[in-house]
Design a protein around this ligand. Structure first.
Ligand SMILES: C[S@@+](CC[C@H](N)C(=O)[O-])C[C@H]1O[C@@H](n2cnc3c(N)ncnc32)[C@H](O)[C@@H]1O
Length: 291
């Protein structure tokens, strides 16, 4: 049952004529040590990002195959990437990020988990010239595009994805969508303020303010038209995902492992996971691995 505050936020977004401005992230390339540490902490198993990472992980798994080379754009500390890579040992992953401290944490995590199918490149996601045309099987990216300062850079990123992706390649790129009203942004940002570190709440607030509007995404994804579809969460576009058709054959063992991971989530995280699945499901984005 949605809370009263959530219903109020949905109604406000539907009727408001406000268009809150996009405010670029204070830490565009995340190399501030305190921010890096807070972000790494929030991504640990059972921490605040856990249900979101699990939901995106399932969706990525559906568009990749064993034997693929997959690029993770703006991989950060690789919390998301490590989860996907652990479940896909026969897939090769390349994480790209512009922040040296983030890549350092990412390398530590991958080594700590004993994963041998992940490597990293220091680079800018708006210029993927170190990758050839049609050289990768799939591209993933999670909660990162709002770090780009301009719409032009968002457009360049999707154009680069269209260039490096093989024909029939997989795509799952997801990020926050910009809400129209500043009060709606406050509602989402401070929803769990009592359950998470203050620095993470601030980072989340900054992320929501820096998010691109749904119209910006519609414009930017045009180079990938026909290869992937843009979905948003229903009624409130607080998340936008570009996803290709599933490429993976039925995989009951993977689905069972994802179910076990979901069952291990604390109760309030289980609700978040279900909400996310429902919000995207109502806009017809499904994932057979978590049905
Ligand atoms: C919020 S983190 C997301 C990390 C990860 N994808 C996740 O889901 O946890 C955003 C990341 O984008 C990186 N970043 C920002 N601008 C970038 C750019 N132009 N090229 C590559 N990475 C960039 C930052 O350094 C940071 O690590």
């Amino acid at each position: 049952m949605p809370s009263f505050n959530l219903i109020k936020t949905v109604v406000r977004e539907m009727v408001t004529s406000e268009r809150s401005p996009r405010v670029t992230e204070p830490d565009l390339v995340m190399d501030d040590p305190e921010n890096v540490a807070a972000y790494v902490e929030a991504g640990r198993e059972h921490a605040v990002m856990a249900p979101v990472y699990l939901f995106h992980c399932a969706n990525v798994c559906e568009v990749i195959r064993p034997g693929d080379t997959v690029v993770d754009l703006a991989c950060g500390p690789a919390n998301q990437l490590a989860m996907v890579a652990r479940l896909n040992p026969a897939t090769r992953f390349i994480g790209v990020d512009l922040s040296a401290p983030m890549l350092e944490r990412a390398r530590e995590l991958i080594a700590h988990q004993g994963l041998t199918n992940v490597e990293f490149r220091h680079g800018d996601i708006t210029d993927l010239s170190s990758f050839g045309d049609k050289s990768v099987d799939a591209v993933m990216s999670t909660m990162a595009l709002h770090h780009l300062p301009t719409l032009d850079m968002l457009c360049r990123t999707y154009a680069e994805v269209a260039r490096i992706l093989k024909d029939g390649g997989g795509v799952y790129m997801v990020d926050f969508g910009h809400l129209k009203s500043a009060r709606s942004i406050d509602y989402f940002a401070y929803q769990y303020a009592d359950k998470q570190p203050q620095l993470f709440t601030e980072d989340y607030y900054n992320s929501l303010r820096a998010a691109f509007y749904p119209d910006d995404f519609r414009q930017a994804v045009t180079p990938l038209e026909g290869r992937a579809r843009l979905y948003s969460t229903i009624a409130l576009p607080f998340m936008m995902a570009l996803k290709s058709a599933p490429r993976r054959a039925a995989d009951p063992a993977l689905a069972a492992e994802l179910k076990r991971m979901r069952q291990r989530l604390p109760e309030w995280h289980k609700h978040d996971f279900t909400d996310l699945r429902r919000h995207f499901g109502m806009n017809r984005m499904h994932c057979s691995l978590i049905e």
